[in-house]
Design a protein around this ligand. Structure first.
Ligand SMILES: Cc1ncc(C[n+]2csc(CCOP(=O)(O)OP(=O)(O)O)c2C)c(N)n1
Ligand SMILES: [Mg+2]
Length: 556
């Protein structure tokens, strides 16, 4: 008979079900569970802040598709993680947060808060260890909800229950329940096939839910003569396909935007068609819109669509392609020689002409990012943070495939980028994380530089440093004189980074970027932080956003 504590049993259950990696900050409420995970062979990364731990796990799960564990102390440990939890929940990232919880009845504990209510308020799924007798089942159910339903789940583990002894022989499950992806109904399959056969200029948009369905969607696009493009969340999905543009929405080039706006049928696979992807609906206004998703509640959530089709992306694309192929209705559609040229010319920002606007001792951010894009190997995972400068890493840095881009902006919180880049780097050590962040976002989160150094990550961190919350300056310039509240004295970010054990360089002119080559030629055993003193002006994304915004609306 094997008797272990509930904490040990929780850890063993997670190991048995395939927990990939644990990120966390240890405290008395999660110490034993974390140790059980480590004993079971699950690697552990000690973050410096719970938001960092959660964001690392989020990025890790996005890159690997596996369930990552976040391990937190009860109460304050969990509340520190809330921004990361909301981000993961909004992104449908399968992570399982295991958090200590105050013993039932101990309402005067300093750590006591209503964890379930707090978690639910963030959009995550609250779960708990209800008793010693149900602990293994409770844990397995929480893990399954994360893995099978793409939920962000928070498992609260009361400390008194964790200490109890239970017998675990034969109790620990080794497999998750099987879920088989469902295809479209015959009627909806035939309807989509007809729409595409009749279309002259179809465009297929791949979103987060289309990841894993590339081959089937490419086959359908071929049969329908469609162009391919992705939402920001799925950037990279169709890289290498000659009929693929890069990204739709705010990050798109003008040529890509024109090609999408000229479409007569737009089919979105696993893409929410939110205001960012559609530029508040304008990009899809002239087309018949089809939305394919495996969750009924996702269809039409962000905007009305003409046809909603419930089905798995790969199953649906393959089924519709088969109908087009076997009925002799495959067509070349949008795929003309003139369009081929325009696709090739419009795909990447590096090929778009612009006039650099450096100022005294300050580099033009677009010129800077284009140069870094050339220098850094393409085997990379790109992470953009928020703010005015968001589009430079988000749109200009090319990505190798859909695992080469992690955008931690579903909650639009600044300061998630550094931890996301660390999580992505840990998820795939063969790829160089490349983070592009503003100075404000970076200063908010830089404690995790310590984690990057301990992990020996050869990552590149580009800090677009305008000594300001540039986005706010650009939004409120002309609206108020009080812009000083969003401005800061010059900060020597390279020196701060060196203090953490990183390599740090300062860039004041485009020639200073050459120092990056020196770092790339070295061992790449610690992060390179580039303190890029940039000329402060609204990025093309902000200017465009201003032009797009309905009169009278100022918030972003
Ligand atoms: C957590 C959080 N706090 C505040 C904001 C509001 N906000 C949006 S952009 C921004 C400025 C970011 O500054 P920085 O990172 O330097 O980028 P910049 O806009 O200067 O390019 C702020 C404060 C936010 N989005 N998220
Ligand atoms: Mg700034």
């Amino acid at each position: 008979m094997t008797q272990v504590t509930v904490a040990e049993a929780i850890g063993r259950t997670l190991v048995s079900l395939g927990a990939a990696h644990t990120f966390g900050v240890t405290g008395s409420g999660n110490f034993h569970v974390t140790n059980a995970l480590v004993d079971g062979g699950v690697p552990f990364t000690a973050a410096r802040h719970e938001m960092g731990a959660t964001t690392m796990a989020d990025a890790y799960a996005r890159v690997t598709g596996r369930v990552a564990i976040v391990s937190l102390h009860q109460g304050c440990g969990l509340s520190n993680a809330m921004t990361g939890i909301a981000e993961a929940a909004k992104s449908h990232t399968p992570i399982l947060v295991v958090s200590g919880d105050t013993a039932a009845g101990d309402r005067t504990s300093n750590f006591d808060v209503d964890q379930d209510a707090a978690v639910a308020a963030m959009g995550a799924l609250p779960a708990r260890i209800h008793s010693a007798a149900t602990a293994v089942k409770d844990t397995a159910a929480a893990f399954a909800a994360a893995a099978l339903e793409r939920r962000t789940v928070v498992l609260s583990m009361p400390v008194d229950i964790q200490d109890q002894l239970i017998e675990i022989d034969g109790a620990i499950p080794t497999e998750l329940p099987i879920r088989i992806p469902a295809g479209p109904s015959v009627e909806s399959r035939d309807l989509l096939a007809k729409l595409l056969a009749d279309a002259e200029r179809p465009v297929i948009v791949g979103g987060r839910g289309a990841r894993g369905a590339r081959a089937e969607i490419e086959r359908l696009a071929e049969a329908a003569g469609a162009l391919l493009i992705t939402s920001a969340a799925a950037r990279g999905l169709f890289v290498g396909n000659p009929w693929a543009l890069d990204v739709m929405g705010g990050f798109a080039t003008d040529g890509a935007t024109e090609l999408v706006m000229d479409a007569d049928v737009i089919v979105a696979f696993g893409a929410a068609l939110n205001k960012w992807t559609t530029r508040s609906g304008r990009l899809v206004a002239g087309a018949k819109v089809v939305h394919v998703d495996d969750r009924l509640e996702a269809i039409g959530l962000h905007r009305p669509v003409d046809v909603g089709l419930v089905g798995d992306a790969a199953e649906t694309a393959a089924a519709v392609a088969a109908v087009l192929e076997s009925s002799g209705r495959a067509t070349s559609g949008y795929r003309t020689p003139a369009v081929a040229k325009k696709v090739a010319a419009s795909r990447y920002w590096k090929d778009q002409s612009f006039t650099p606007r450096p100022s005294e001792g300050r580099v033009d951010p677009q010129q800077l990012i284009n140069r870094i894009d050339e220098l850094v190997p393409l085997e990379r995972v790109v992470v953009p943070d928020g703010g005015n400068v968001n589009c430079y890493p988000g749109a200009h840095l090319r990505v190798p495939d859909e695992k080469g881009f992690v955008i931690p902006l579903s909650f639009q919180a600044i300061g998630m980028g550094l931890a996301a880049a660390i999580g992505a780097g840990i998820a795939d050590r063969s790829r160089m994380p490349v983070l592009g962040t503003g100075d404000g976002a970076f200063m908010m989160s830089l404690a995790e530089l310590d984690t990057a150094v301990r992990e020996g990550l050869g990552m590149v961190v580009i800090v677009f440093n305008d000594d300001a919350y540039g986005a706010e300056i650009n939004l409120f310039e002309g609206v108020t004189d009080q812009l000083g509240i969003a401005r800061f004295p010059e900060t020597d970010i390279a020196a701060i980074a060196r203090g953490f054990g990183c390599d740090g360089i300062t860039v004041r002119s485009i020639d200073d970027v050459d120092a990056v080559s020196g770092w790339l030629d070295g061992p790449r055993s610690r992060p390179l932080v580039i303190d890029a003193k940039i000329a402060g002006f609204p990025s093309w994304l902000m200017l465009r956003g201003r032009a797009d915004r309905p009169v009278g609306v100022t918030a972003h």
